[in-house]
Ligand binder design. Sequence first.
Ligand SMILES: Nc1ncnc2c1ncn2[C@@H]1O[C@H](COP(=O)(O)OP(=O)(O)OP(=O)(O)O)[C@@H](O)[C@H]1O
Ligand code: SF4
Ligand SMILES: [Mg+2]
Length: 324
Amino acid sequence: MSTPPLLSVRDLTMTFPGRGSRSARVRAVDGVSFDIAQGETLGLVGESGCGKSTTGRMIVRLLEPTSGTVTYDGRDISRLSARALKPLRREIQMVFQDPHSSLNPRRTVSRIIADPLLVQGSSAAEARARAAELLELVGLLPEHLDRFPHEFSGGQAQRIGIARALATGPRLVVADEPVSALDVSVQAQIVNLMGRLQRELGLSYLFVAHDLSVVRRVCDRVAVMYLGRIVEIGPKERVYGAPAHPYTRALLSAVPLPDPAAERARERITLLGDPPSPAAPPPGCTFHPRCPKAQALCRTESPPLRRTAAGEAREVACHFPETG
Ligand SMILES: Nc1ncnc2c1ncn2[C@@H]1O[C@H](COP(=O)(O)OP(=O)(O)OP(=O)(O)O)[C@@H](O)[C@H]1O
Ligand code: SF4
Ligand SMILES: [Mg+2]
């Protein structure tokens, strides 16, 4: 029997009230389903506004889903009260994009890392000792404990954000664009750190990013979102090696290749216009106004997410997927 996934998300939907009195409601996430196994990293990619952060925030329950379920370790946590959630907060943690703005500037590093432990009932001495251990684990020094966030570079501050997330011993970490705000040279260090921590601690990650090269480095499987939905999901070798959805192909065609000859030869697909507003999604396949392969059927019928062949591990939501 195969091990059940650590996280299982089904038909997750989030509808926000429109901003302003007359504006339409925004379906930011629309029927998203995926699993994350113990020790696995699922990458979540897509253009700005497609619903990546909203998905992540529902999983850590910073947002309550409008509908759908989030099953963690066999238990539906999507409707638990704040009180029932408290023990689970230890197990599911989040790392944010901008390390400096996510760390309280008036608190020392010791307080920032130790606070979640104090909330969970540790003594002050225990929490401080654990904070020192965690700093070493993320490549900083115990003497950094009494400094303030502004005394650190972006990369160091993100290490502190990671130490804070690890303080309670989580099994699942939702990392929302954890390296997007950092210099490219520092991005690799943080990506490597997250990989090492995953191996040492057996962590599972949902790794949200708009940068496809970063996601390729870190993930085992990848999900591509467009306008609140997953349009392609599968093992990274399949999705990156032979993308089946026209949107995935377009995103990948915009990623520069390190080899100059391959870079000159690569196919570029330019998407027309910006993504439509999730407050007024187009009918049928919501990608059809920008899709180079759109046909009449695409304007009326929404394609379900499905396998393109028996034994294929990847699923795609397109009436006319690329096969191969
Ligand atoms: N609290 C809110 N109220 C109303 N609309 C919201 C709210 N939060 C997000 N949205 C809208 O929901 C959609 C999805 O937003 P979300 O932040 O999840 O996207 P994203 O994929 O994380 O984008 P980015 O790459 O820019 O971070 C957007 O249209 C956004 O404007
Ligand atoms: S269903 Fe049609 S419009 Fe949508 S991605 Fe596929 S070919 Fe393009
Ligand atoms: Mg976001």
